[in-house]
Ligand binder design. Sequence first.
Ligand SMILES: Nc1ncnc2c1ncn2[C@@H]1O[C@H](COP(=O)(O)OP(=O)(O)OP(=O)(O)O)[C@@H](O)[C@H]1O
Ligand SMILES: [Mg+2]
Length: 332
Amino acid sequence: MSAEAVVASPIMCALYEEAKRVAAYPTTVLIEGETGVGKEVLANWIHACSPRRNMPFIKLNCASIPEPLLESELFGYERGAFTGAKREGNPGLFELADKGTLLLDEVGELSPAFQAKLLRVLQDREVRRVGGSWSRVIDVRILACTNRNLRERVHSGHFREDLYYRLQVVTLRVPPLRERPEDIPVLLETFLRRFSDEFHLIRTFSDAAWQALQQYSYPGNVRELRNLVESLCVRSNSETIDWDDLPAHVRFADKGPDCIENHSLDSQLKPTRERRPRTLREIIEATERQALTEALASASSIRAAAASLGISHATLLRKMRQYGIRGRQTPR
Ligand SMILES: Nc1ncnc2c1ncn2[C@@H]1O[C@H](COP(=O)(O)OP(=O)(O)OP(=O)(O)O)[C@@H](O)[C@H]1O
Ligand SMILES: [Mg+2]
């Protein structure tokens, strides 16, 4: 499946524009964001937009390799450096990434001892293989990703302050999906199309399913959305993915856990979307929803709709999320 980034919301368009500007320089970039928001996707974009795009792009997940192996993995080793080492020695990832880009993923997981070793390489721009007696000069652009708040890790004493400042020369934060609801419909459509093509299926969402998928909060961000669409595509036994096909936590996302418990056995139950409002609060909400929908339909952008309603852009985004209203798709 193509890993091309879907970027629709103003906040993501601005982030990708900024990343493209930064990509032109060999500057170190720290990419922060919750799990599944697309940090690696953004790192791919930076490398692809950089003058190094035809040179190696090497990725290392710092949390996936046991610390004793990390040193030889990153810095390489000379022959005879340790038992089991290859006779001829081995270049490390820094050497392999020479003239290209090295992505240090989950960099917040490194131990303080290893952080010190990494800092030395970043400062000196040269690496010495394990068991080696001389250093090689390297020209590597560093990108680092973390789903931890590194500043807090510095304050709590888990992350070296000097390394932090080396890494965060430019910090880019990928916002969670709940802060950019305009991306949700575009991502849903894109993944539905991609999976339908890949699995040779014809799949569409019913209106009710579409509404519920907009309202859901996606705590696992884009990864959760993508996996949900894949699962819906392959599990549905008809062309239309209906509200009934959605998992209970998505169907009843806006109604709390009690509702899931009460209704999980009753797959016939549909949300009461058409019910007439009764309480004052329901009447106000219905009126507000109507006003937002009309303003969004007639304005050229979400920002313009907010202005016509006399509210801030952020307030409108929040209310759209609250009511599960889709925004217009921003041209890429
Ligand atoms: N903007 C996007 N367009 C298309 N696909 C995306 C986008 N953002 C994320 N994805 C997809 O969501 C999944 C998670 O993305 P990615 O691996 O980049 O997240 P991450 O922030 O690095 O997560 P983690 O912190 O768990 O490593 C991937 O399958 C990726 O292709
Ligand atoms: Mg990642």
